[in-house]
Design a protein around this ligand. Structure first.
Ligand SMILES: [Zn+2]
Ligand SMILES: [Zn+2]
Length: 164
């Protein structure tokens, strides 16, 4: 791991008014290098490889503190499973309602517009979630739908031929 990442992560913790602890550092470092929106269980397993003494409660408390401080984003994916993401670079998300796939979208005009609109307020975070169907799920559903339609059409034309 490069010194830059360590500096950025430690800087983020200090800026948020949090002490740099090995657990906080380990969680942020894992999220920094794994932009796969892991669950708390996945983070716990990874952190435990580095700190075998980190209990489940410690990891969950750490995630909670990092979320409260605005360093980590909580995302509600498929089946209400909470997934986590580091918030170093502002970005938004697409969540597929069928398979739960999460994809990053660069923060853009939304960010600027929100800050302008709420310039009198103290904006602490901006989170946009785009929900829908990913490409693969769309194709799956289309294929299923096509099968049913063909059956119906066949039925109609059969009865038509019978009449004539
Ligand atoms: Zn999908
Ligand atoms: Zn993300």
């Amino acid at each position: 791991m490069s010194a830059d990442v360590r500096e950025i992560i430690e800087g983020q913790l200090r800026a948020a008014g949090l002490k740099v602890t090995p657990q906080r550092y380990a969680v942020l470092d894992y999220l920094w290098s794994n932009r796969t929106h892991p669950t708390a269980e996945e983070i716990e397993a990874a952190v435990n490889q580095r700190f075998p003494c980190a209990s489940r409660a410690t990891v969950y408390n750490t995630l909670h503190a990092l979320h409260e401080a605005g360093l980590v984003q909580e995302l509600y994916g498929q089946g209400g499973v909470t997934r986590y993401d580091i918030k170093v670079e502002p970005h938004h998300h697409f969540i597929c309602r069928r398979c739960g796939q999460l994809e990053d979208i660069e923060a853009s005009a939304v960010q600027v517009e929100a800050r302008e609109k709420f310039s009198d307020y103290q904006v602490e975070s901006i989170e946009v979630v785009v929900r829908g169907l990913c490409g693969e799920c769309q194709r799956d559903l289309e294929n299923q739908g096509e099968g049913e339609n063909h059956a119906e059409h066949r039925g109609e034309s059969d009865s038509f031929e019978y009449r004539s």
